[in-house]
Design a protein around this ligand. Sequence first.
Ligand SMILES: Nc1nc2c(c(=O)[nH]1)N[C@H]1C(S)=C(S)[C@@H](COP(=O)(O)O)O[C@H]1N2
Ligand SMILES: [Mo]
Length: 330
Amino acid sequence: MTRFTNLTLGVLVTAAYVTGLVAQGTGTAWARIPVVLHGVTAIAVVLLFPWKSPVVRSGLSRRRGGRVWSITLGIAIVVTVASGLIQMTGTARKLGPLTTMQVHIGFATLALVLTGVHYVMRPMRPRREDLSRRNFLRSGALGLGAAASWLGWEGAVRVAGWPGGERRFTGSHERGSGDPAAMPVTQWLDDDVQRVAPGSWAIAAGGVSIDEAAVAQMQLETVTATLDCTSGWHSEQVWRGVPLDRILDVGEARSIEVRSMTGYSRRFPAADAAYLLLAFEVGGAPLSPGHGYPARLVAPGRRGFWWVKWVESVEVSGVPWWLQLPFPIT
Ligand SMILES: Nc1nc2c(c(=O)[nH]1)N[C@H]1C(S)=C(S)[C@@H](COP(=O)(O)O)O[C@H]1N2
Ligand SMILES: [Mo]
């Protein structure tokens, strides 16, 4: 059982991380699949603890190298699981100076790296016996137990009447829908809110410069769309702006690059031009500086990090949209 426990834990920690990443990258109803798998794989890690603890105890008494790493890994997993369970309840937005989700992602990343370190220090070669009938039955039992526990926790969140019972399919909590002033202002990593003076700006779009006067002449469209941030909240607002296919000649282009004054940028499939809105207003008023004045992208069905704020340029390009990192790094 020790070997099964160790191997399975390695697989589960990796699977929980990957499903978490996929969930964070998905903005449509499909997100429910990785979100559920994420919860079930993570709870399976918890269920294996009773089998892992004797291994841990004998390992610690042997005082071999790498103990500090192993202990740190244990702590990282406990904090990751605890912050994940708290995030599900919606009872604490913040744990100290960080949001619950930031704590969760930070410690999860630490746990993944330390799992790699642990494997290098205590390598295990896969063997044919690992695929035994017995191990399949064990995995099946673990999977069922984890699924039942996950349902139990989701049920408990509802019975307790915690705000987490109302989460969206991405797992995010609702904040300030219909009231832009109550919608959080969030940056991906290190951007600063830009304060742009009215009348002083112009947005480059396919060789044309769009300024305040040009926007006043445009026929704007109204789109109701939900911004769903990977930090764990979502907000539905009524946006007004111009679809990108009206200001760009997409022609044979493969992608559209939307760039911020801060240098932050994202690349979109050219085929999405009609559904992407360069928005100037939210809730019937111009965007606030925090929400992207003078213009921000509204990308329905995509997570918040695609909704570029303080847009400086919108340009077609021959580079395919997927030729970029799945998540921004600046
Ligand atoms: N230029 C720029 N645009 C950005 C970001 C950023 O850091 N810089 N953060 C993105 C992320 S992660 C989110 S969730 C939304 C947040 O939009 P809001 O502050 O209007 O709620 O903006 C997106 N647009
Ligand atoms: Mo975000």
